[in-house]
Each structure stands twice: as structure tokens, then as C-alpha cells.
Write a new protein. Structure first.
Length: 338
């Protein structure tokens, strides 16, 4: 196997703000794994929150390259070797794992979802559209941008939380998913969630900081609204201790290390009685299409990260009119834009 990679700075259409951070661009990495004249593609979208950046990702790729050998189709065996020899670096791992699945799909002339035996026709696979934190005056424009999407994922965790929701409710009656990104304290979270219960909000994601698991148990016991874990869950190893504190989890390939681990998380989450959201970071259509292969296995889909890019280097991001449309083309079904 031959592994090559390059970095790209992906400029955003506007600043993307959440409770504790803001970004104007993403620095992502794109890899190719080639063998037998077939090339599998993968993407890494590192997050400083998980201790990954433009320095750590290339180093991880170089380490992984040392023990990549044999048939790319032996994905589980390759993953075991990577897991044994590399700590952390989940975005880099995700890129490699993606590329292996894309390679296998192309080798077999099958879309990855079909290779995995996933039925995409059982559900209407609609994704949410994220409303990042901004001035109240820009909400109307953002709601208009989301006109094709049935669900709005609204970022909160600011002094203007009530006004943001009131303004959105003045503009639309669409179902809202709230994501606080660890932005609230215990009593604040309790007050705001009880108020949100009357505002057609389906659930709240990560209301408290990761370290306050006891606070999550306390909060969950006092509210009716489902609470989903995001920053609190990276891999399947994190899932069992979340029972009783959350009602669901957010799985992202970039957090967990790729499709193989995401599938393990889905199985364990179901066994624990959790609802499952499939999420993303700011990624191109390549990363979004890779995650979308698993969309039929999940309850909520939040795969819109590519929509905020000024220029998406790939075509075929699997979303049309707010709905996931999985391609019948081999691999992830994406193509490089000319």
C-alpha cells in the first residue's frame, strides 16, 4: 500500500461560532491509499479540543505508513495494528480508515453502504442545518439558508440564548435541536432546558462541561427533554459510564477514528438504550459522504459541515434538498472537482 497526503486550508463563508470557540477556516488533510491501480480517499479534520492540529496529523500519518502493508481489504486487521501502535490522533486514524473502506468499495465496485449491508431505503434520511452563534440581526439570513432543511441545530451557550430562540421562533416553527457545547452551568442549564421544553425543541446536546458527569446525572433527573452527549463521548470505551446521565450520543468519525469504530459505537449505544446522532466537524464532501454511509443506522443526522465552505474540493456530498442521498457509485461516490 502507498499512502500519500496533503493539507488544504478550507475557508468558510462566514465565521462559525460555538459557545467556546470560533473559526474562519479549517485546516484539513486529504490522503490517498493506492494499491493495484485503485485509490481510496480519506479526510482528517483535526480539532484542537481533541489535541490534534496541523502538526500532529502529518506525524500520525507517517507513523501509520510504517505499518501499512498487505491487502487494504483487511480493514479490521489493519485497524488492530494502528490501535496498538498509535495513541489518540483520531482524525488521522479516521482518514486512513475511510480510505480503506473507499478502496474496498472501489475494488468491489460497490458503494460502501452496500458493502456494509446497510439499507438506505428504510428511512427518510434528513439532516439538520446548523445555526451557529451570531448577532440576532443575522438570524433571518441563516434561517433562509436553511429553508430546505426540516431541522435546525441551534448553537447556544451565550447571554443571548433566550433571545436567539425567541427570534428563531418568530421566523420559523421548524423543530430545533439545541447544542450548548458545554456552555452552561448546572442551574442555568436546568432553567433554560425547562423553558426550551415549550419551544418545540427536540433535545439538548452537551449542556454541561465534560468533567461534570455528576451534574449531568442531577440534570437528567430533573428534566423531561432528552439530553445527548457530544464532547463527553469519543469512542465506545466512553459509552457505558454515560448511562443515567444522557439519553443519547453524538458519533463523529473524526472523534472516534473512523467507520470501524463508529460501527462498534452504534452497536454498544443500542445495547445501552441510547439514541444516536451522526455528526461532523467542518469537512469537505469527502468526509461527509464517508459518514453518510452510516446514516440509516442512526436516529438523528447532522452532516452539514461542507455547506459552510467557500470552496468544497469534492463533489458528491450526499445531500440534496436537506436529505441524505447515498450514491450508487463505488466507494463513497465522491469525485474531485476539476
Amino acid at each position: 500500500m502507498k499512502l500519500t497526503f496533503h493539507a488544504e486550508v478550507l475557508a468558510l463563508k462566514a465565521i462559525f461560532r460555538v459557545a467556546k470557540s470560533a473559526k474562519e477556516y479549517a485546516e484539513n488533510f486529504f490522503i490517498e491509499i493506492e494499491q493495484d491501480g485503485i485509490t481510496g480517499w480519506g479526510e482528517a479534520a483535526p480539532s484542537k479540543f481533541y489535541h490534534e492540529d496541523k502538526q500532529t496529523v502529518p506525524l500520525a500519518f507517517e507513523k501509520i505508513d510504517h505499518f501499512l502493508n498487505g491487502d487494504p481489504g483487511f480493514i479490521y486487521s489493519i485497524q488492530e495494528v494502528i490501535d496498538k501502535n498509535l495513541n489518540g490522533n483520531y482524525a488521522a486514524r479516521a482518514a486512513v480508515n475511510m480510505a480503506l473502506y473507499d478502496w474496498v468499495g472501489k475494488k468491489l465496485n460497490l458503494p460502501v453502504w452496500k458493502y456494509l449491508g446497510i439499507n438506505p431505503f428504510e428511512k427518510n434520511l434528513y439532516t439538520s442545518y446548523t445555526i451557529s452563534i451570531d448577532s440576532l440581526g443575522r438570524l433571518e439570513e441563516k434561517i433562509e439558508n436553511a429553508r430546505d432543511f426540516p431541522y435546525l441545530k441551534v448553537k447556544l451557550g451565550t447571554p443571548d440564548d433566550y433571545e436567539i430562540i425567541k427570534r428563531i421562533r418568530h421566523l420559523t416553527d421548524k423543530v430545533i435541536w439545541v447544542d450548548a457545547n458545554e456552555g452552561w452551568e448546572r442551574e442555568e442549564a436546568l432553567e433554560k432546558i425547562k423553558w426550551l421544553e415549550s419551544e418545540n425543541v427536540a433535545f439538548v446536546e452537551q449542556p454541561l462541561v465534560v468533567a461534570d458527569l455528576a451534574g449531568m446525572h442531577w440534570l437528567k433527573a430533573q428534566v423531561k427533554m432528552p439530553l445527548l452527549a457530544d464532547e463527553s463521548v469519543k469512542t465506545s470505551a466512553d459509552i457505558p459510564e454515560l448511562s443515567g446521565a444522557f439519553d443519547g450520543i453524538n458519533i463523529k468519525l473524526m472523534k472516534c477514528g473512523g467507520i470501524t469504530e463508529a460501527l462498534a459505537m452504534i452497536r454498544l449505544a443500542r445495547a445501552c438504550g441510547f439514541k444516536i446522532m451522526l455528526g461532523c466537524f467542518i469537512e469537505s464532501s469527502l468526509g461527509i459522504a464517508a459518514a453518510a454511509q452510516l446514516a440509516p443506522l442512526c436516529d438523528y443526522i447532522d452532516l452539514d459541515g461542507h455547506l459552510f465552505l467557500q470552496h468544497d474540493p469534492y463533489a458528491g456530498g450526499a445531500i440534496q434538498n436537506g436529505r441524505i442521498q447515498l450514491s450508487e457509485r463505488a466507494g463513497f461516490g465522491v469525485a474531485l472537482k476539476s
